[in-house]
Design a protein around this ligand. Structure first.
Ligand code: NAD
Length: 354
């Protein structure tokens, strides 16, 4: 292998992983020097929040089940107020990217340390990226203060994640690995994480579809999600994430289903210009054409494959392409308006990537 020059910065965090590891959460909190923590989750995740609260025992100050998409500033302030009322000196966030986003906002605005217990495969817990919505405007940025001090991955908490969400969230995770492999700041260590993460997710998802309560498959998926999330946290994303960001932000399309539809098309756009990434993905997917393999996999897993099915109108294609090409960013293949329109047409119609 010929090694190019690279830079790599490890993010400071602890990880506890394994089935049943919620039982070591109290130990983890004590290790961090925290005394009482507020448990934060989405309204739909109250039972999991309570389970985590019970595992914390006296270290739990209470539960706030108000996490929502796009992290409203008002909710972040309420979480801060609640933590102050209850004398909490940290937050344990339980759930998907929305709940973890709320924990990050509280860390950013009010300095409370966060311990994350992820129950989807979105990977937010591994990044310094935050988002906050106030007065109808969503702000995003990067700040090391929002990085969880500790992340606890317990696959047992994910067995109830509905199959369609598991599948699209798993593809969302793979998107981080795909783009990390051809990122401008790629490195050999991140490529190892990306290939292994993809391989684990590809093995796990069909087993989860067959039996969502298969703890071994859930363990492999969560391990893959961790690795893919670490890729997201370590590199700069390209065309795929730009497309999903614009589609989500402009048309309010759902986060992980949008990633599931777009990924094979974005990879098809880039793979000839990123041969080493394509090779790694071919190994992980066990197929010579990774873009086609991802599209076929999405079909077998009954994931959405058409942006039209997610609510996008054909008339939206041109304006979305306009936004995607408006500002330059790193990408293996040159970004052209015609190329992006063609990609979006295929993705909109649910056609195979080309
Ligand atoms: P989500 O957090 O909105 O969760 C999706 C749904 O699954 C919710 O209804 C939730 O209640 C439910 N759910 C979660 N875990 C469950 C479980 N174990 N069992 C049953 N139901 C469960 O969605 P997501 O895809 O995890 O996250 C998407 C959000 O995260 C987006 O807003 C995205 O922008 C953000 N995100 C941010 C980063 C970052 O680095 N900042 C990275 C990835 C995603």
């Amino acid at each position: 292998m010929v090694l190019k020059s690279f830079a790599y910065e490890a993010l400071p965090m602890r990880v506890r992983f394994g089935s049943g590891s919620v039982s070591v959460l109290a130990e983890e909190i004590a290790h961090l020097g925290l005394r009482r923590v507020l448990v934060v989750c989405s309204p739909g995740q109250v039972r999991t929040g309570e389970l985590v609260g019970a595992a914390l025992g006296e270290l739990s100050a209470g539960i706030l089940a108000e996490a929502r998409m796009h992290v409203p500033l008002s909710v972040a302030n309420r979480a801060r107020d609640r933590a102050a009322e209850l004398g909490a000196d940290g937050c344990v966030v339980v759930g998907g990217g929305s709940a973890i986003g709320l924990g990050k906002a509280v860390a950013l605005e009010h300095g409370l340390p966060v311990v994350a217990v992820p129950t989807t495969y979105a990977g937010s817990e591994m990044t310094t990226v935050w988002g906050l919505t106030g007065d109808g405007v969503k702000r995003t940025g990067k700040d090391p203060r929002v990085l969880p001090a500790s992340v606890l991955y317990d696959p047992d908490l994910t067995v109830g994640l509905p199959v369609p969400v598991s599948v699209t969230s798993g593809i969302n995770a793979m998107a981080h690995a795909v783009e990390a492999l051809y990122a401008p700041d790629a490195s050999p260590i991140v490529s190892l994480l990306a290939e292994e993460g993809t391989q684990e997710m590809v093995a796990a998802l069909p087993a989860i579809v067959r039996n969502p309560r298969d703890v071994e498959a859930r363990t492999r998926a969560l391990y893959g999600a961790w690795l893919c999330g670490a890729c997201l946290g370590a590199t700069t994303m390209s065309l795929h994430h730009k497309l999903c960001h614009v589609l989500g932000g402009t048309l309010d399309l759902p986060h992980s289903p949008t990633h599931a539809v777009v990924l094979p098309h974005a990879l098809a756009y880039n793979q000839a210009a990123a041969p080493a990434a394509a090779e790694a993905l071919s190994r992980a997917l066990g197929e010579p054409d990774p873009a086609r393999a991802l599209w076929d996999l999405a079909g077998r897993l009954e994931a959405p494959r058409s942006l039209a099915d997610l609510g996008m109108r054909e008339a939206d294609i041109e304006p979305i392409a306009e936004r995607v090409v408006a500002n330059p960013y790193a990408n293996p293949a040159p970004i052209t308006r015609e190329g992006v329109v063609r990609l979006l047409r295929h993705a909109w119609a649910g056609q195979a990537p080309a």
